[in-house]
Design a protein around this ligand. Structure first.
Ligand code: PLP
Length: 376
């Protein structure tokens, strides 16, 4: 059996162990320390726009703390892109609130501005003004931030960016993760860079950063004993994980470049296969890190995405259908939904292809063989 080609696997840069060793040497084996501080600074410098960053145990934890700070509570509603991973919506439920799901734009795949406005107007009519809007940059593709931002501003609803898949992507030359009042990043093992597990909250003010640290370290009041006047969480990032993150930040630009090269490889490979469309930027305002290159079968072939997935699996190559929209998930079946079948159709026709920055030439040859021998 040939070795497995993964969709997206960790890709160490070489500098990580030095920072981990430093933490051991100084015995800062704890969820705080120099690596945590320096990791935060390196992300801040990378994304710019005077944003502050709090390193946390996961992207999901970051979203939870964002929604808490936006005052989301039991009975509230929060608008969320339907076409995403469940972690974009779960924290809404942690708080006893209800997700209101919105369909995607056909070309951009992220939240449709038209459906967003329809949803907001209808919820306001029901006397339930949404507390926040969660927009996702799926597979690294920046969402339509001008349009979505303008709608959020018009109705005075805070925008939260789920930028878990989009570190290094830009919209109109501005980094994803700097548009919302809050944004989340993820450093899970399959993301463009990893801390083995971890995330960050991108924050606009010093007060919000202090509050985020406070909430993520068990909400300890300023007293010599342990005193609490709020419910806290244990969400801070480990200093060991942050050491990995520091090393990964040093190679982030290279990782973005590599994934974009893989996207070009697929584009060329599929260029004369009529049945397949490679998901691409619509114009130069959008710069995707191409975390995962995704394709859709456009109906000019009788084959399904599952047929193609099997052909890859036979060669020990991992592929995966696109995210199943949240409004179709059993756990969210009773939540309101605005839109048509854009995300549902993408789910039915699409496939994510191996896109790791550590893909070798030998791997590419194996991918080439499967695709060029497949009868679409
Ligand atoms: C990975 C991911 C998350 C969650 O991040 P974790 O660090 O795994 O908690 C949230 N949203 C999207 C779109 C993701 O891909």
């Amino acid at each position: 059996m040939k070795s497995k080609i993964w969709l997206s696997s960790p890709h160490m840069g070489g500098g990580e162990l030095k920072y981990v060793q430093e933490a051991f040497d100084q015995n800062w084996v704890a969820p705080l320390g120099k690596n945590v501080d320096e990791f935060e600074v390196s992300i801040q410098n990378y994304i710019g726009e005077d944003k502050l960053v709090a390193a946390l145990s996961s992207g999901t934890a970051a979203l939870h703390l964002a929604l808490i700070q936006l005052g989301v509570g039991p009975g509230d509603e929060v608008i969320c892109q339907s076409f995403t991973f469940s972690a974009s919506a779960n924290p809404i439920k942690y708080l006893g609130a209800t997700p209101v799901f919105v369909d995607s734009d056909k070309k951009n795949w992220n939240m449709s501005p038209a459906y967003l406005e329809e949803a907001i107007q209808d919820r306001i009519k029901n006397n339930k003004k949404p507390k926040a809007v969660i927009v996702v940059h799926l597979y690294g593709m920046p969402a339509m931030m001008d349009e979505l931002g303008a709608i959020c501003e018009k109705y005075e609803i805070p925008l939260v960016e789920d930028s878990a898949e989009a570190l290094g992507s830009t919209y109109k030359d501005r980094k994803c993760g700097t548009f919302g009042e809050f944004a989340i990043l993820s450093f899970n093992g399959n993301k463009i860079i990893t801390t083995s597990g971890g995330g960050a909250l991108v924050i606009s003010t010093k007060e919000q950063k202090d509050k985020t640290i406070f909430l993520s370290t068990q909400a300890r009041d300023n007293a010599p004993h342990y005193q609490h006047s709020e419910i806290g969480y244990n969400y801070r990032l480990s200093n060991i994980s942050a050491g990995i993150g520091r090393g990964q930040m040093e190679v982030l630009d290279n990782r973005v470049q590599k994934r974009r090269e893989i996207n070009v490889f697929y584009k060329e490979l599929f260029s004369n296969i009529e049945a397949v469309d490679v998901f691409s930027e619509t114009d130069s305002d959008f710069f995707s890190n191409h975390w995962l290159t995704s394709i859709t079968l456009n109906g000019s072939s009788k084959k399904t995405n599952h047929d193609l997935m099997s052909a890859f699996a036979e060669q020990n190559i991992e592929t995966r259908p696109l995210w199943k929209p949240m409004h179709l998930q059993p756990v969210f079946k009773d939540c309101p939904y605005y839109g048509e079948t854009v995300s549902e159709d993408l789910f039915g026709a699409g496939l994510c292809l191996p896109s790791g920055s550590n893909l070798t030439n030998d791997d590419k040859n194996r991918l080439y063989d499967v695709i060029s021998n497949y009868e679409f």
